[in-house]
Design a protein around this ligand. Structure first.
Ligand SMILES: Nc1ncnc2c1ncn2[C@@H]1O[C@H](COP(=O)(O)OP(=O)(O)OP(=O)(O)O)[C@@H](O)[C@H]1O
Ligand SMILES: [K+]
Length: 364
């Protein structure tokens, strides 16, 4: 449960995955046109838009990175050449991004432990700016979610994850006052690093109040329960997660379209697929897909957090009532800025930078 996933095996229809991220192989069998629509209203008019809150219900994780030459053998101790602890978890990442980009408030509903990692997470979220952390509660009987990420010189990594409070900290579920908050939200943003039953509870509350639910597919690789899918308005996998969910190949755009249609049959009307350097595509049932190419980065430094940035930025634009195509452009611009900077939360752009990038992109 951390910044995103690492592909522990080469990409394929059903890879083993963890919650942390690294670079991943991508299919390059298809390409997008780069036709862009004019950048409309992220500036003056948007400033007058009603500022409905974004509510993220999800994970917060302390990621402990160690750089080692090789894994220790059983019974052996090895010295790391470097180590650091960073805040992550897809819930925290998406809240941090919302906090930077949204006109209104962004709340994170999460569980941490009453421990040093919990304090690290609370501090990092406060430093990220713009995130309301008063709904991050400390669980009495579970440690904060954390992960040990062992980075090796050849780029390989091994990860051990402790779900901790993300998985065990919810007791009887989401607090009544947090359910009320969800029902007043402009959008509810979910991922899969907390128990499915908690996600169902949040999504049900949102659905009852007519609040749109976006679920990022990243996190645990167990099948998504049908009950949860039926409560989600926009489901957002990358192509690997889409393949895993549907059991279908996602190497070509045609195959991705087929897999998205399969999701429609499973009860999700809108599927927002993230395709790495190939951009993204939104499949709304019964409509032509909307394709969004990447907005090229001057230099790609680290794609960690790109998926979380994309999903969260899409939600930010959606809350402002932007058309879906505009939401995708906004998200692509935010993600393009994210890949230029190392790390997850530290790489998430502010609104001004996204607007500036959108303005600088050539309009056809
Ligand atoms: N090299 C790149 N240059 C510019 N933008 C990129 C690049 N790679 C990714 N992006 C943007 O980031 C978005 C999300 O990236 P990606 O598809 O890798 O998400 P993900 O697989 O969910 O990522 P994560 O590793 O964070 O879980 C893409 O749709 C694209 O807009
Ligand atoms: K990054």
């Amino acid at each position: 449960m951390a910044q995103a996933r690492v592909r522990l095996t080469p990409a394929g229809p059903t890879p083993a995955t963890a919650f942390l991220s690294g670079s991943k192989p991508r299919s390059s069998h298809f390409s997008f046109s780069t036709k862009l629509t004019p950048n409309s209203l992220y500036t003056a008019a948007a400033a007058n838009a009603p500022a409905a809150p974004i509510v993220v219900v999800g994970s917060a994780n302390a990621d402990i990175y160690v750089e080692i030459n090789r894994l220790p053998l059983v019974g052996e101790t090895v010295a790391a050449s470097a180590g650091r602890s960073l805040a992550g978890g897809k819930g925290a990442n998406q809240a941090a991004c919302g906090g930077r980009l949204a006109l209104g408030p962004t709340y994170l509903v999460a569980r941490v432990g009453d421990d040093a990692n919990g304090r690290l997470l609370e501090g990092a979220l406060a430093d990220a700016g713009g995130v309301r952390t008063d709904r991050v509660a400390r669980a009495a009987n579970a440690p904060s979610g954390h992960a040990v990420v062992m980075l090796m010189p050849d780029g390989q990594n091994s990860i051990i994850i402790v779900g901790g409070a993300n998985m065990e900290g919810w007791a009887a579920g989401i607090n009544p006052e947090d359910l009320e908050l969800i029902q007043k939200a402009g959008v509810l943003l979910l991922q899969r690093e907390i128990p499915d039953w908690v996600n169902v509870q949040a999504a049900q509350a949102a659905k009852n109040a007519g609040v749109p639910v976006i679920m990022d597919a990243g996190g645990m690789d167990a099948p998504v329960p049908g009950e949860l899918l039926s409560l989600v308005d926009i489901f957002s996998p990358n192509e690997t997660e889409l393949a895993r969910l549907t059991g279908l190949p996602t190497e070509s755009f045609e195959q991705i379209s087929q897999a998205a249609r399969q999701c429609h049959k499973m009860g999700v009307k809108e599927v927002l697929v993230k395709l790495g350097s190939q951009g993204s595509a939104l499949f709304v049932e019964g409509e032509e897909p909307i394709r969004q190419p990447i907005i090229p980065a001057t230099e790609v430094i680290d794609t960690t957090g790109a998926g979380d940035t994309f999903t969260s930025a899409f939600a930010v634009a959606l809350v402002e009532g932007k058309p879906k195509k505009e939401c995708m452009r906004f998200a692509a611009a935010a993600a393009s800025l994210c890949v230029r900077v190392k790390g997850a939360i530290p790489s998430m752009p502010d609104r001004k930078s996204v607007v500036k990038l959108l303005e600088s992109v050539q309009v056809e």
